[in-house]
Structure formats: C-alpha cells, structure tokens
Design a protein around this ligand. Structure first.
Ligand code: 5GP
Length: 184
C-alpha cells in the first residue's frame, strides 16, 4: 500500500484546547509570583514560537519573555551535542524560569539548557513542552529530563507542523502531522 507523506496526529483545535489547559495549570502553579520578579518564560527558537505565543497569551501571572536557540537537529536525525546559539547569556540568577519547548526527544537539548541555567543560579527551572517522546529519551536522562507540563506524549514518530520543521519546511502547517520523508 502506498504510504502518505503526511498523516494527521493532532488537529489544530485539539492543540489549542490543550494549550489553554496547560496555561491554566501553569498560572495556578505560579499564582502569587511577584511583579518585581516575574516568571521568566524562555521560548526555544524556532520550533516553539507558535506554541509559546498561544501559551503565554493564556498565562494570568506576571511574566517576562525571552528567547533561546539551541541547535541539535539536521533532517530527522540528532546531530550530536546541542549548542547554545542564542540565550546563553540571559541573566537567570534568582529567577523562576519556564523553558517552553516544541518537543522533547532524546532529552539532550533540555539537559543542556537546565544544566546551564542551574549553574547560573536560577531559582527554579521548569519545562513546558508541546510534545514529548518519552520512549526516545536517552537512558541516562530518563530520571532527570522530565517535562513539568506536557501537551501530548507521543510515540517515536517524526512530526511536523505547529512550528516543527523538516529542514525548515512545514512549520506553518496548522495541524501536527507525522512526516514520512521516504513516502512517494
Ligand atoms: P532532543 O535534544 O530532546 O533530542 O531534541 C529536541 C529537539 O529536536 C526539538 O527541539 C526539535 O527541534 C527536534 N526534534 C525532535 N523530535 C522531532 C520531531 O519529531 N520533529 C521535528 N520537527 N523536530 C524534532
């Protein structure tokens, strides 16, 4: 049977509804955070831009927004240890940090980010991710890279849309689709 190149995983409406729930949960958890030291929301570029825009608009607590860029993927395969391209110098000392990620896969990227911010004295670090692929987590990160807020846990599939790309394509697809690069 011929394999479709894209198959639907989550509709736009499902994602939006889940984001509203996540924003409510995050707002409850950070209720009472002071205006003088607001939640520092760090959006990872470029994949999490769409997700974080909707998530942040749903937050009801004081927050400040900034951006990170950590490079780790080429095509559908991990390309070695992640490196900070942007955001390494953000001052996180004494801050409650919420890292907003598109997808947590092997866990390398979030491990790099959490270590970096922890070394720099962040008061707390949590992760909100649109998607999580727990079955792909590197064994040594299974206990340490556990996102605090997860939109959807998914199996080991390569997905695009809602900000996620394949070699910079398909980010703007409104739904989350499974991508099969070898399909006709
Ligand atoms: P990790 O460091 O956890 O292995 O990978 C995190 C990064 O890999 C994500 O921010 C994302 O850029 C990329 N990634 C992992 N899985 C997928 C996927 O299924 N689709 C896309 N488009 N990117 C992915």
């Amino acid at each position: 049977m011929e394999q479709e190149r894209f198959t639907l995983l989550k509709t736009n409406a499902e994602v939006q509804s889940r984001i509203r729930e996540m924003a409510a949960e995050i707002s409850r958890d950070y209720a009472g955070i002071p205006e003088e030291n607001p939640l520092l929301v760090l959006c990872t570029l470029r994949g999490a831009v769409f997700f974080s825009a909707d998530l942040i608009r749903g937050l009801t607590v004081p927050c400040e927004i900034n951006f990170l860029k950590v490079q780790s993927y080429a095509g559908t395969r991990p390309a070695g240890s992640p490196i900070f391209e942007l955001g390494e110098r953000i001052d996180v000392r004494g801050r409650d940090v919420l890292v907003v990620e598109d997808i947590v896969d092997t866990g390398q990227t979030m491990d790099t980010v959490m270590r970096n911010f922890s070394d720099k004295g962040a008061k707390s670090i949590r992760i909100a991710t649109m998607l999580d692929k727990p079955s792909r987590r590197y064994a040594h990160l299974k206990e340490t890279v556990i996102p605090d807020y997860i939109g959807f846990s998914i199996p080991d599939l390569f997905v695009v849309g809602w900000g996620l790309d394949y070699n910079e394509e398909y980010r703007m697809l409104p739904d989350i689709m499974v991508y099969h690069p070898d399909a006709e």
